[in-house]
Design a protein around this ligand. Structure first.
Ligand SMILES: Cc1cc2nc3c(=O)[nH]c(=O)nc-3n(C[C@H](O)[C@H](O)[C@H](O)COP(=O)(O)OP(=O)(O)OC[C@H]3O[C@@H](n4cnc5c(N)ncnc54)[C@H](O)[C@@H]3O)c2cc1C
Length: 484
């Protein structure tokens, strides 16, 4: 005998689960949403907003980004090693989803680029505190309120554990555990898995990706995101597709430092590996996935961004070259104070030295090569960058002590992928056949980037979450209607 009976069970209340629940309820279904934590929103409570393509904001801002252009860019970027139909459906729905969110009270600042070379697809949610991290928590609040208004039953502090199937292989229930550790069973006709990936599960990360959390991978680990949904899907017979890290470079020890330190050291100056050699056109550092990939490829998965005191002084007088939307205060006036704090707290990511020889010794960079690289680099600053062709405006010589270096390591927002879905967000077996009544959305099912997150179209992973959540909700109701 089940403890509850409903039509659709949504497992988790991040943006994918919230959108799935609201959409299914709007389409007339009875819905129960299970959320492991005491609050909804998941990782997206830390983020700023989803992707939209062809939205009114882009049209108003005269940006020409169409589904056709975005899809072609996406397919070329991923070498067609992805499900083009799923991406097309997601992109096609994305503009309407921005309006759907607005209809329930979400406001947007506009459509933004993440960095100069990206497209303005990032729809940053408006808050009462201006643009900045956590803005998307306002979107989650609106989704939660809309779900309550539509009669979705939210069971908080209740974790989904297992998908139940009947003798015909159709979904017929979900087993969950409430906050007292009591097992509950919910009878249903369809289940939607959206548990946000496995960013907080070091064992799964190592097994699936080879990275060791805290050693050569420094990703965000949102408590609760341990891969429950991926495991449940695999146990229910869903095909196992690769789990990847949604890479974003990590400045080691950044959380303990004032923003002025990363504001200076994440500018496109000199970037070297442990051999003391440059690895890329540093302008591309703005794409944090590319920077994380470059760090992953380097010896001991480590790179160093280096500036001298004349560059610091230049930034103090004139402001930094590139202002990040994430570190919204570009001020660098307390850089010296930040360096002092870093020394006092024994920060592991920032190195300060009175000579280049000392900097090499402190960081472990090959000294001879570092001196040679900087001599060459300083020459390029007077002419052109013959090595990586960096634009003149970012070429500033390193000539004056003290010198500062930041250790850059591979990092990420969490994991993406694991569950095979098709364009209808139906969870499929290894024959690509849908498991009747089973759907997945968001990070658990986000297999669309191949080996590298697509930051050229920013807002992509939250965009995928909200849109696949909606698709899963719509399709689940359609399935139930057909069954009835
Ligand atoms: C700092 C940061 C900033 C980011 N900024 C952006 C951004 O601006 N734009 C963008 O596109 N992306 C951004 N991302 C990524 C984005 O947040 C994720 O892609 C998105 O949140 C994924 O949504 P989701 O619903 O799949 O998972 P999540 O948002 O992670 O939600 C998963 C939910 O599942 C719950 N859960 C887990 N297991 C269970 C279980 N067994 N039963 C019930 N519930 C369970 C969790 O508690 C959580 O609430 C950011 C990520 C981070 C970490």
């Amino acid at each position: 005998m089940a403890d509850f009976e409903t039509q659709v069970v949504v497992i988790a209340g991040g943006p994918a689960g919230l959108c799935a629940a609201v959409q299914a309820a709007e389409d007339g279904a009875e819905v129960i949403l299970l959320e492991k934590n005491a609050a909804v929103g998941g990782a997206a409570n830390m983020g700023m907003g989803p992707l939209g393509i062809g939205t009114k904001y882009q049209k108003r801002q005269m940006y020409d980004i169409t589904v056709e252009k975005a899809l072609k860019m996406f397919m070329e970027y991923t070498h067609y090693n992805v499900d083009g139909r799923l991406i097309k459906r997601y992109f096609e729905q994305s503009a309407e989803t921005i309006e759907w969110l607005e209809d329930m009270g979400v406001e947007f600042e506009g459509a933004y680029k993440y960095f100069t070379k990206s497209e303005p697809t990032w729809h940053i949610v408006k808050t009462d505190q201006g643009i900045g991290p956590r803005a998307a928590s306002f979107m989650n609040k609106a989704l939660y309120a809309r779900g309550q208004e539509l009669g979705v039953k939210f069971l908080l502090e209740t974790a989904g554990k297992k998908i139940l199937k009947d003798e015909d292989g159709k979904v017929c229930g979900v087993v969950a555990e409430d906050k007292e550790g009591k097992e509950i069973t919910i009878a249903c006709k369809a289940a939607i898995i959206a548990t946000g990936g496995a960013g907080a599960n070091p064992e799964l990360i190592q097994k699936e990706t080879g990275y060791k959390f805290g050693e050569d991978m420094f990703n965000f680990a949102i408590p609760g995101n341990v891969g429950d949904g991926i495991r449940m899907a695999w146990e229910a017979g869903v095909d196992h597709v690769p789990v990847r890290i949604e890479q974003a470079a990590n400045f080691e020890g950044i959380d303990e430092l004032p923003q002025s330190i990363p504001n200076v050291l994440m500018q496109p100056n000199l970037l070297v590996d442990l051999h003391g050699k440059r690895v890329m056109d540093e302008e591309e550092m703005q794409n944090t996935t590319f920077l994380s990939n470059a760090a992953s490829h380097a010896k001991h998965r480590k790179l160093f961004s280096i500036v001298d005191s004349s560059i610091v002084k230049y930034y103090m007088r004139n402001g930094v070259d590139e202002i990040s939307m994430v570190r919204t205060n570009p001020d660098v006036s307390d850089f010296t104070e930040g360096v002092r704090m870093a020394a006092e707290t024994g920060n592991k990511g920032l190195f300060v030295a009175d000579s280049l020889e000392e900097l090499a010794e402190k960081t472990g960079i090959d000294q001879e090569n570092l001196l040679e690289t900087i001599e060459e680099y300083n020459d390029y600053c007077d002419s052109t960058d013959e090595e990586f062709f960096k634009r003149k405006k970012y070429l500033r010589p390193l000539v004056k002590a003290p010198y500062y270096a930041a250790a850059i390591r591979p990092g990420g927002y969490g994991t993406v992928g694991g569950i095979r879905i098709n364009e209808n967000c139906e969870a499929c077996d290894s024959e690509f056949e849908p498991i009747p009544g089973l759907y997945a959305a968001g990070a658990d099912a986000c297999n669309i980037y191949d080996d590298s997150y697509m930051f050229l179209l920013p807002g992509n992973s939250m965009g995928f979450a909200v849109n696949t959540g909606r698709i899963a909700g719509m399709q689940a109701v359609e399935y139930i209607d057909d069954e009835d």
